[in-house]
Design a protein around this ligand. Structure first.
Ligand code: GLV
Length: 552
């Protein structure tokens, strides 16, 4: 529902403004208000003013101008703000204050485009839909304050936008975020409903998405006490030969930009600082060149790809060349679980009722996507064409892990796509136990690295998977949720929480290094007993329930 206009620009001033824009004669103006006088000057002599005053350091010049002309120094009419809507002359209003952001434009982490959407207008609502109040405080040094807003703006604000901007203002500080589910609960309140539904959706009745997590609750520890271990345990390991500081990686997911304007670059920056592996998604907000341009040579990346059509499969050589030329790319992870798109019912239902679904979301994964036929033969061909390690993402049974190992595939990700593809595909932790057993029987245990993703919310989940033979664990949604609330600092905080939990678990298990984690430290006897289960309160609260249709 759209609310009534909050600010109205008077008809007289609107037509005056139009005349100014059209370069009409001064006589159009009869108002003696200081700001309309300024508009008079800006109008006919706009070029002169721009060149001589506004473009250089527009704010101080504007302040001088207003202090000369305005009986209330610094008070600026909305109509005047509206004149400054160009890249070389850009004002915006935030919380009733007018700022000249001409110079700040190029520095804006979210790009020039985002500010230009609100150039010459009131940016308050848009600002708070992605930033918190403390971001504004930090930014203020870089903005040039022109004065207070005096006039009125025409704005149409949806209830949803008001809800988000109000919630953003009350965002708890990061110091009150203690676990990964906390991020999820925050994201649920501050993201547009359609965005959250897209992130949160599983397939159909969502058994897999929930089981992915609950499976971890069915594994218990068998700690060794009285061990001679240092307090400073070491969480570093190697992923396909690349040294990383944590046995977790940032998984690939579409739609980061809906969580934060800096999207995958937030993840990149936090991953670099923590020396954590980042899997860069095909559906990134940046092209490969744009993304890797920001990346230092000593960082570690994996690249995730899937084939939308036969042409992409036929042209995989071009992609591989491009990736081979990026020194930080240490592996190509190909999705093998996309013969069709899963029935993302929660997402589809929300999109069907939500008139505010963003452009970003409409262009992302939708119900009607079809993908190329992609077979083991293609995998063999691709592997034969490159030295770049090839890995398969989306393996869901032990036999396929064996098959991959026999062919020389370097790694697999046991994954049901975060429960978004085939509902009732088993939790990856169960598949891990099965795969390890099958590999052992064939003597292939050391031939392939096994990763898994889906449902991981605690350091203990990571440690359990490692004890059971995984090399590392990927997380997706938690990073989106952290970035939605807090941008890069949120991602860093998430990684610190995980690191703290993993270290704490290692100490209490009696191990000092990742290589010391083994199956003797876990009891997996209940792994296959899917019911009954103890409730995991945080996870269940974060979980967004499926719904029935709503009455109009
Ligand atoms: C994309 O792969 C998605 O799961 O939305």
């Amino acid at each position: 529902m759209l609310l009534p206009r909050v600010f109205q620009l008077s008809k007289r001033r609107l037509s005056a403004l139009r005349s100014v824009r059209a370069g009409a004669a001064r006589s159009t103006f009869s108002s003696r208000s200081a700001s309309s006088l300024s508009a008079k000057i800006v109008g006919p002599r706009k070029q002169v003013l721009r060149a001589s005053v506004l473009t250089a350091t527009s704010a101080s010049a504007a302040l001088l101008l207003y202090s000369l002309l305005d009986p209330v120094p610094g008070a600026i009419e909305a109509s005047d703000v509206m004149l400054h809507n160009q890249v070389d002359d850009c004002w915006i209003v935030l919380d009733g204050e007018v700022y000249d952001v001409t110079n700040f434009l190029q520095m804006h982490p979210g790009g020039v485009g985002r500010i230009m959407e609100v150039a010459g207008g009131d940016a308050t609502r848009k600002f708070y839909s992605v930033h918190s109040g403390s971001t504004l405080d930090k930014m203020k040094d870089q903005l040039v304050h022109v004065g207070k807003l005096k006039g009125k703006f025409t704005e149409v604000i949806s209830e949803e936008e008001i809800r988000i901007s109000e919630q953003r203002k009350k965002l708890p500080p990061l110091s009150r975020i203690f676990n990964l589910s906390d991020f999820e609960s925050i994201a649920r309140e501050i993201l547009p409903r359609s965005t959250f539904a897209y992130y949160a959706t599983g397939a159909s009745d969502e058994f897999s998405i929930r089981e992915n997590h609950y499976a971890y609750g069915r594994v218990f520890f068998r700690p060794k006490v009285l061990q001679d271990i240092a307090y400073d345990v070491d969480t570093s390991t190697e992923f396909l030969g690349a040294k990383v500081n944590l046995p977790v990686y940032i998984s690939a997911f579409a739609g980061s930009k809906m969580a934060h304007p800096l999207a995958e670059l937030n993840l990149q920056a936090a991953a670099e600082k923590a020396n954590v592996m980042q899997m860069v998604p095909k559906q990134s907000s940046y092209s490969i060149e744009e993304f890797f341009e920001h990346v230092p040579d000593n960082q570690n990346h994996w690249y995730q790809y899937h084939f939308d059509d036969v042409e992409q499969l036929n042209n995989v050589g071009i992609l591989i060349k491009e990736l081979e030329s990026q020194p930080t790319v240490k592996g190509l992870f190909l999705n093998v679980d996309l013969r069709d798109i899963g029935n993302r019912e929660k997402d589809t239902r929300q999109r069907s009722v939500d008139t505010t679904t963003s452009k970003d979301l409409s262009s992302i994964v939708t119900k009607n996507m079809s993908y190329a036929k992609f077979t083991w033969k293609d995998v063999d061909k691709i592997m034969a064409s490159t030295q770049l390690p090839i890995a398969l993402k989306g393996i869901q049974r032990g036999e396929d892990v064996v098959s991959a190992a026999e062919r020389g595939v370097k790694a697999v990700v046991l994954s049901n796509h975060g429960g978004r593809q085939l509902d009732f595909s088993r939790p990856p932790l169960e598949v891990l136990a099965e795969a390890k057993q099958m590999l052992k029987e064939k003597g292939l245990e050391d031939k392939i690295e096994i990763y898994l993703d889906g449902g991981v919310r605690r350091g203990s989940d990571v440690v359990k998977a490692l004890c059971m033979g995984a090399k590392g664990v990927g997380l997706g949604r938690p990073f989106l949720y952290a970035m939605a609330g807090y941008g890069e600092p949120g991602i860093t905080h998430l990684l610190e929480i995980l690191e703290g939990e993993i270290k704490n678990n290692m100490r209490l298990l009696g191990v000092e290094r990742i290589s010391d984690l083994n199956e003797s430290l876990v009891d997996v006897n209940s792994l296959k007993f899917r019911n009954p289960r103890a409730n995991d309160v945080l996870y269940d609260e974060g979980y967004m329930s499926l719904r029935f249709p709503e009455f109009k």
